[in-house]
Design a protein around this ligand. Structure first.
Ligand code: ADP
Length: 484
């Protein structure tokens, strides 16, 4: 099939979270299976790292969006460990900035240009997509572009669109006055009329209205977002599209995340021989300068430190638990000052037990997954979550709030039957989180055989993309039967 894939993040070029991982892993799998995939990403300043080589694919093209004359060109560079080229939209005035996202008044324009440039490049290369797959609000207006301003071009006559919602919490809502700058002025009648009257334009909402199919990243989240409690104002619209709304669990990229081959780790290990994991822990504790007996548990947390991730619960329960129970904690994450300040203070109050590192550190993230005994993910909501799957793969049983993808991927450990892969709490409150951490610590302090069994249960769950890709291909074929 011919597949156009447009995203605001692709690891390792540009990533703030799970979208970056999925944005690279899904096209990588499709390419490996022999499909013709064209992946588009803005050429942010961080993309142009030393050692990367770029080739010009499309010389400067010019198009007009409202008052703006946009000049963009397309460069390509291969995705590491794959022959697949990534197409970068070069437009320095919009993308040459330190962050991937921002609050600048032209944020809508940055991502409208990504969509426009992708479609213009398809025209230039005469690439006729069977499927145009877009991701989250930044690229969600592309389906409407195909339906309106690009509808004249026979190249796109058979193109069907898929919108994947990685996080409903970010909707890309702008003043309606930006409409001309998206190039969609002519499609005004196809936009959400009540919103326009209220003076707003929602990128994600537009995508939900116009994509041929909508997917989200776990079956439970697909159900949750159709309820008022978790629909963030879009539940009614999502319910109206429930026949084309599917939950497909994300996979993990095993070229990047496997304890047996991980290039970031000082020692590698497998489910059959976990000795390398113990050595990872020893080295990690030394690097973090944490104290205590070797068998004192180490709990890890790697996350964006934001409201969604349930950090408030950590603030409620961790200080008391650290006083009462013997365990250590390592935290890696950037985010809101109230949370970063909390962890910095916690580390200062418990210097032998707690380590906190701010910033984004890929190697340290891998090491924490491998070197810890347990992994903490108390998310308030979680569309899919990747870290709990990484931790399962690394023999680090997760402690999670049973929501969204966490509920779909972590099974409660039952010591009587020896089944299950981690520790989940149902009620999002301090009591729930305390219960789950205490339970994990008790099981770990109990029989060593039991703990190893729990680790192996998780390590053997097939989470790789190769087990997921079939769900996407079935959907693509359903939408574009002529291409199959
Ligand atoms: P989300 O997409 O909501 O941030 P996910 O669990 O789906 O959550 O994905 C998070 C990804 O970002 C994981 O690959 C995780 O390791 C990575 N990550 C988050 N914060 C950091 C950090 N400070 N340093 C390194 N990696 C991080």
């Amino acid at each position: 099939m011919n597949i156009l894939f447009v995203s605001s993040e692709e690891a390792p070029f540009a990533k703030t979270g799970g979208l970056g991982d999925v944005g690279a892993a899904l096209p990588r799998q499709l390419h490996a299976l022999g499909h013709a995939v064209r992946v588009f990403l803005p050429m942010y300043s961080r993309v142009q790292a030393p050692g990367r080589v770029f080739q010009e694919v499309v010389p400067e093209m010019t198009f007009t969006l409202g008052p703006h004359t946009v000049r963009a060109s397309i460069y390509s560079s291969p995705l590491p460990d794959s022959g697949m080229p990534i197409y970068f939209v070069r437009c320095p005035s919009l993308y040459d900035r330190p962050g991937i996202y921002g609050n600048a008044p032209d944020e809508h324009l940055r991502f409208a240009v990504l969509c426009w440039a992708s479609l213009k490049t398809c025209q230039y290369l005469q690439f006729a997509p069977d499927i145009a797959h877009v991701n989250d609000w930044p690229t969600a207006i592309l389906p409407l572009m195909l339906r309106s301003v690009f509808a004249w071009d026979k190249l796109f006559a058979r193109t069907r669109t898929v919108l994947t919602i990685h996080n409903l919490g970010h909707q890309g809502t702008f003043p309606a006055s930006v409409l001309p700058e998206t190039g969609l002025e002519a499609a005004r009648d196809l936009l959400h009329q009540d919103d326009l009257h209220a003076g707003v334009l929602g990128f994600l909402k537009t995508g939900i209205m116009h994509a041929n199919a909508i997917t989200t990243v776990s079956p439970t989240y697909a159900r949750e977002i159709q309820t008022p409690a978790s629909g963030v104002g879009l539940d009614a619209l999502l319910r109206s599209r429930s026949e084309v709304l599917f939950g497909i669990l994300n996979g993990i990229d095993e070229t990047e995340w496997s304890s047996e081959t991980d290039k970031h780790l000082p020692h590698r290990y497998s489910a059959d021989d976990l000795s390398g994991k113990a050595r990872c822990k020893t080295d990690l504790l030394a690097a973090l300068r944490l104290k205590g007996q070797a068998d004192m548990p180490l709990i890890g947390l790697v996350s964006r430190l934001v409201w969604q991730k349930g950090i408030d619960l950590c603030m409620t329960v961790l200080p008391g638990l650290l006083r009462r129970r013997a365990f250590r904690l390592v935290v890696l994450g950037n985010g809101e000052p109230r949370y970063t300040t909390f962890f910095a203070r916690l580390a200062a109050a418990f210097p032998a037990q707690v380590s906190y590192q701010a910033g984004f550190d890929e190697t340290r993230a891998h090491w924490i997954e491998a070197g810890c005994d347990m992994f903490l993910m108390p998310s308030r909501y979680e569309p899919c979550g990747l870290n709990q799957m990484y931790s399962l793969r690394y023999g680090t049983p997760p402690i999670v709030h049973a929501t969204g993808g966490l509920a779909d991927t972590v099974q409660q450990y039952d010591h009587r039957t020896g089944t299950g892969t981690g520790f989940r709490f149902e009620h999002f409150d301090g009591g729930g989180l305390t219960w789950a951490i205490e339970r994990a610590l008790s099981v770990q302090a109990g029989s060593r055989e039991q703990w190893i069994r729990l680790q192996r249960n998780g390590m053997r769950v097939p989470f790789g993309w190769k087990h997921r890709i079939g769900d996407y291909l079935r959907l693509y074929r359903q939408l574009a039967p002529g291409a199959a």
